[in-house]
Design a protein around this ligand. Structure first.
Ligand code: PHB
Length: 357
């Protein structure tokens, strides 16, 4: 049997297979960050994934990095997500919510004029989509210790809300140059207090968030996503393998449901094998992600390199990706031009397998 199709237990959740749907920013919520019926249809279509990790979702107000992204801080948002989790569960699926804070990636034009915040006052070198077209990223303000504590509490509240919305667990977004990553990596974090400098200090913000989230969910129902080498959002670390091998070992004491590792760089600025040292240092369930074909993924599981694999673009284009693996069927090709565009086209209209012949 294909190793991808074997079941896997994560915390209180039994996954029917090891084909995980990666969190995918699709920008189909309302301008008030409320999930829509179209999103319900999209996630329900993909319920055969072993686990859906729903897209990056604002843990608190005024930290939007993407126009039309969802949140989990208002009653309307909780209600919208509840419809989604009910629809996925009705089809036998399992669904976690990825919660995040975008930090310096949050533009004032997406956040009622609010200046973004970060570990240090250094702007992303680049431009972002806003309601007024492409704009350069804004200069963030360095967070005070008290504000750091407020954000930790914000993650706790978001975790409580995610529970009310019927999710099976939550994934903390520690990847891709967003706020937690802005503390972890020294290309951005220049702080001289207890949140900057040593690995321990740069990991402190993440550990405080994990403590807060685990206090709501139980650590076994909490996942974490990291991206040691990804330079997306203009971030880099001077010793990525050292930092993330240390982090993986430290994470053992949290007994998380899983660690989810993006293994490469969208822009190929850094390369290397992060999976082997992390597998050696980390004792829990490991999910690999980025650039795996179903064949490589199944082999990696068989060889014990990872326990499961998360797929992004394949799930965008193939709502029945798991069945297609099962029947070795042809795969639809994703259309990158509709990844973030509004409406159902390129979202809920990818065809299912033709089973009539
Ligand atoms: C992310 O949330 O990590 C993310 C979102 C959109 C992208 C890439 C990464 O295009």
């Amino acid at each position: 049997m294909n190793a991808l199709l074997q079941p896997l237990s994560i915390g209180d959740t039994l996954l029917q297979n090891r084909v995980i749907m990666a969190p995918l920013t699709r920008c189909r919520a309302t301008a008030d960050h409320v999930p829509t019926p179209l999103m319900t249809q999209y996630y329900a279509q993909r319920a055969s994934a072993g686990l859906i990790i729903a897209e990056a979702t604002m843990a608190m107000e005024n930290n939007s990095a993407f126009w039309m992204e969802p949140g989990i801080y208002s009653p309307a948002q909780i209600k919208g997500w509840k419809e989604i989790t009910d629809a996925v569960h009705a089809k036998g699926g399992k669904i976690y919510l990825q919660i995040w804070h975008g930090g310096r990636a949050c533009h004032p034009l997406l956040n009622d004029g609010a200046q973004p915040v970060s570990s240090s006052a250094i702007a992303i070198d680049g431009e972002v989509h806003t309601p007024q077209g492409m704009q350069p990223y804004a200069l963030p303000r360095e967070l005070t210790i008290q504000e750091i504590q407020e954000i930790v509490q914000g993650f706790k509240t978001a975790s409580i809300n995610a529970k009310e919305a019927g999710f099976d667990g939550v994934e903390v977004h520690g990847a891709n140059g967003y706020l937690i990553d802005q503390f972890l990596r020294d290309g951005v974090n220049k702080r001289t207090d207890q949140y900057g400098g040593s690995f321990e200090n740069r990991g402190r913000f993440l550990f405080e968030i994990l403590d807060a989230v685990c206090s709501v969910w139980g650590s076994k129902n909490v996942g974490l996503r990291i991206s040691p080498l990804n330079s997306y959002n203009d971030i880099i670390d001077s010793k990525p393998i050292g930092l993330y091998t240390w982090l993986a070992a430290e994470l053992n004491r949290f007994n998380l449901g899983y660690l989810h590792v993006m293994r490469s760089d969208f822009f190929s600025k850094q390369s290397g094998d992060v999976m082997t040292p992390i597998r050696e240092a980390y004792q829990g369930t490991l999910i690999g992600n980025m650039g795996y074909s179903p064949e490589e993924a199944s082999k990696a599981i068989e060889e014990g390199k990872v326990d499961a694999v998360a797929f992004g673009a394949y799930f965008i284009a193939n709502p029945d990706f798991v069945e297609r693996i099962q029947y070795d069927a042809r795969l639809n090709t994703p259309d990158t031009t509709t990844f973030y565009s509004p409406g159902s086209h390129g979202y809920t209209d990818y065809p299912f397998m033709d089973v009539s012949n």
